[in-house]
Write a new protein. Structure first.
Length: 197
């Protein structure tokens, strides 16, 4: 079984020639992560095309936000993007024991998706669903198939400690951004540029 993928294009009159590929992670139900990622997307170069959004299969809100965001880009250039769904790594209030099984299931969907899209960068900011996707991106580099940059932006809500996802991704990320100086003092690998979302 393959991940559910929907392809969208703002214009069908010509073919978009992708220069780079961006694979950001989304999970709206975790509280504001989608909004934060979309704010980051506003600052990114349009060279990152096409854009591949990955959301949890139980997320019913993010797709609408993504479509609204992409619609706002139509006035400048062709907006070409895909929305992919994979199983969620962990549901709210799910036990940690069963989370291991659900995360392994998410990995089963993430590997073929990332290996097929082969993004230049994985951009994420907190949802647990991004963990298997980042692991898949890391494996792509280990196998010598393609170096995938893993960029993680910790949520502005994390002031003194990293989220569980952040603690995991910290070890494998290429760039790890925090939004509070207190976290920069604790995690030397992290990058503090102030509040960026």
């Amino acid at each position: 079984m393959q991940a559910d993928v929907n392809t969208h294009s703002a214009s069908s009159s010509h073919t978009c020639t992708p220069r780079r590929s961006l694979l950001p992670m989304y999970e709206c139900e975790c509280g504001g992560h989608t909004t934060e990622i979309l704010r980051l997307m506003e600052c990114l170069s349009e060279a990152y095309t096409p854009r591949h959004y990955v959301i949890a299969d139980t997320d019913r809100m993010s797709e609408e936000k993504i479509n609204t965001f992409e619609s706002s880009k139509q006035h400048s250039k062709e907006s070409q993007f895909t929305i992919c769904r994979i199983p969620r790594s962990r549901e709210v209030h799910q036990s940690w024991g069963s989370s291991v099984i659900s995360t392994l299931n998410a990995l089963r969907y993430s590997f073929p998706l990332v290996f097929r899209l082969r993004p230049d960068m994985v951009l994420c900011n907190g949802p647990g669903t991004c963990v298997p996707l980042c692991v898949a991106g890391l494996l792509l580099g280990i196998l010598g198939m393609k170096k995938v940059l893993i960029v993680y932006v910790e949520s502005v809500c994390r002031v003194e400690t990293l989220s569980l996802t952040g603690k995991i991704i910290y070890c494998i990320s290429d760039y790890f951004f925090v939004q509070w100086p207190s976290l920069r003092n604790i995690y030397p690998k992290s990058i503090f540029l102030g509040r960026i979302v």
